[in-house]
Design a protein around this ligand. Structure first.
Ligand SMILES: Nc1ncnc2c1ncn2[C@@H]1O[C@H](COP(=O)(O)OP(=O)(O)OP(=O)(O)O)[C@@H](O)[C@H]1O
Ligand SMILES: [Mg+2]
Length: 382
C-alpha cells in the first residue's frame, strides 16, 4: 500500500510487468526484503497463469525461496553453488531479450509470457571485492608449475598454466594426438616452448630429436643428456634424420623442429619418385603411441596459401593435431589455425602467451619456461 498524505489515502501500489522498470527493494538486515520477495512471487502466481508469466529466482543464501521451484510458473531457483546453471540461464536470457526485441514488431501470435527475474541478496552478487579473476603470470618456470589437478599418464607433459582456474595445462603426445604445432610471430616464444617441451619429454623418458636452422638458439637450451639428438641446418637429408632417430631404437621419441618454415627436408629418391620422409611417416596416425612431432613456425602465411617447404605437413597438423597459437593479433590468424576466438581474445604480448587448442574450445595459457639452471648447453651438433 502506498501512502498519499495529501489525499489522506493509502492506494494499492502495483508493479507493471508490461513496463520497463526494474524494482530494487533496499534495506538492512531483518527489514523485510525476503518477505517482500515472497509477496511478489505469491501475487505473481495468483494473478497470472503459468503461460503468462515465467519466474526465475536467484538466492544468495538459502532463504526458503527454493520452495517456489514447484510453482508451475517457476523455471528454477538458482544458488551460487551452481555457476554453470546460472551461466546457462543468463546466456539464454540475453538471447531471449535480443530475440524478442527483433521479432516484437512482426509477431501477430499470442503474446509471449513475461519473464520475471527475482534476485534475493543483490549486494552479494554485486560484490566487486571478490578476487575472482587474477591475471595469468607473465612467467611460469617449469619447476614452479603446480602439479596437475588429476593424476595423469606417465607420458603426459606440462605446458604451462592456464584455463579458467589457472591450473597446469599439458598434453600427452604419446597416448593422445601426437602432432603439435607451435605457431606465432617472431619473438612470441616459439623456441622457448620447444625447449621446455624437450625438457619435459626427457623427464618422461621420451627421446628427443631436435632440428633447428643455424639462427635458432634451441640447441643451447636443450637438456644435457644422451636422450637428446640435435641436427642443425636449413637443408637436411631425410637419411640424416633417420640415422639420428635410429639412436632411439624401439623407444618412444619426439622430433622437434624449430622454425620449420625455414627448413627444407630432402627426401630419398625411390625410382622416379620421392620416398616419404621420416616426418611424413611420423605424421601418420599409425605412428601414434610411438613417435610424436612438434613443429614451430609462423604458420599463418603457409596456412593462408603461401607456399613453403613443409606446407603440407603444417596443414595436416592443423587439421588433426594440437595447436598452440602464440600472441594472435587478429581474426585472420585465428581462422587460419582453425581456432575460434571472440573479438576480445586477441593480443600481441606478452611472449609465451597463447591458446592451446586440443579439443574444440581454445584454452588461454602462459607457457612454461625451462629452468634457468638446466639451460646453457653450449655444444651444437652431436
Ligand atoms: N614462456 C615464456 N614466458 C616468458 N617469457 C618468454 C616466454 N617465451 C619467450 N619469452 C621471452 O621472449 C623472448 C623470445 O623468445 P623466443 O626466442 O622463444 O621466441 P621465438 O618466437 O622463438 O622468436 P624468434 O622469432 O627469434 O624465433 C625470450 O628471450 C624471452 O625473453
Ligand atoms: Mg625462435
Amino acid at each position: 500500500m502506498a501512502d498519499d498524505p495529501a489525499e489522506q489515502a493509502q492506494p494499492a501500489e502495483f508493479f507493471d510487468l508490461a513496463g520497463t522498470d526494474r524494482l530494487m527493494v533496499a534495506g538492512g538486515p531483518q527489514s523485510g526484503r525476503t518477505t517482500f520477495a515472497r509477496t511478489l512471487i505469491t501475487s505473481l502466481a495468483t494473478r497470472f497463469r503459468p503461460d503468462q508469466a515465467h519466474l526465475y529466482v536467484f538466492e544468495r543464501h538459502p532463504a526458503g525461496l527454493s520452495d517456489y521451484s514447484r510453482l508451475p510458473h517457476c523455471g528454477g531457483v538458482f544458488s551460487p553453488a551452481e555457476p554453470d546453471r546460472i551461466r546457462r540461464l543468463v546466456t539464454w536470457l540475453d538471447q531471449e531479450v535480443h530475440r524478442r526485441a527483433t521479432t516484437r514488431s512482426m509477431s501477430k501470435a499470442a503474446p509471449l509470457p513475461r519473464i520475471v527475474v527475482i534476485i534475493e541478496g543483490w549486494e552479494h552478487f554485486e560484490d566487486h571485492s571478490d578476487p575472482a579473476f587474477p591475471a595469468l603470470p607473465t612467467h611460469a618456470p617449469l619447476d614452479e608449475l603446480p602439479g596437475p589437478e588429476t593424476p595423469q599418464s606417465p607420458t603426459w607433459i606440462p605446458l604451462g598454466v592456464g584455463g579458467p582456474e589457472h591450473t597446469t595445462v599439458g598434453v600427452d603426445l604419446i597416448q593422445g594426438p601426437h602432432l603439435l604445432l607451435l605457431s606465432g610471430p617472431h619473438g612470441s616464444g616459439r623456441t622457448t616452448i620447444a625447449a621446455e617441451l624437450a625438457h619435459s619429454l626427457r623427464r618422461a623418458g621420451i627421446g628427443v630429436l631436435a632440428i633447428a636452422p643455424p639462427r635458432s638458439p634451441l640447441p643451447h637450451l636443450l637438456p644435457e643428456d644422451s636422450g637428446v639428438r640435435v641436427l642443425t641446418g636449413i637443408s637436411l637429408k631425410d637419411s640424416e634424420l633417420r640415422d639420428a632417430a635410429a639412436a632411439f631404437g624401439d623407444g618412444p621419441y619426439a622430433v622437434i623442429l624449430d622454425d620449420a618454415d625455414h627448413i627444407t627436408l630432402l627426401p630419398t629418391q625411390q625410382g622416379f619418385t620421392d620416398a616419404p620422409t621420416l616426418l611424413d611417416d611420423i605424421a601418420r596416425l599409425s605412428a601414434r603411441g610411438h613417435q610424436a612431432l612438434v613443429l614451430t613456425a609462423d604458420a599463418t602465411p603457409v596456412l593462408t596459401g603461401f607456399p613453403g617447404p613443409l606446407a603440407r605437413l603444417i596443414n595436416t597438423i592443423v587439421a588433426t593435431g594440437n595447436r598452440i597459437l602464440l600472441t594472435p593479433a587478429g581474426r585472420p590468424t585465428a581462422v587460419a589455425h582453425n581456432i575460434t576466438l571472440e573479438p576480445d581474445q586477441y593480443f600481441t604480448a606478452p611472449p609465451g602467451r597463447g591458446y592451446l587448442a586440443a579439443g574444440r574450445s581454445p584454452v588461454l595459457v602462459q607457457l612454461a619456461t625451462p629452468q634457468p639452471g638446466s639451460v646453457g648447453r653450449q655444444g651444437d651438433t652431436r
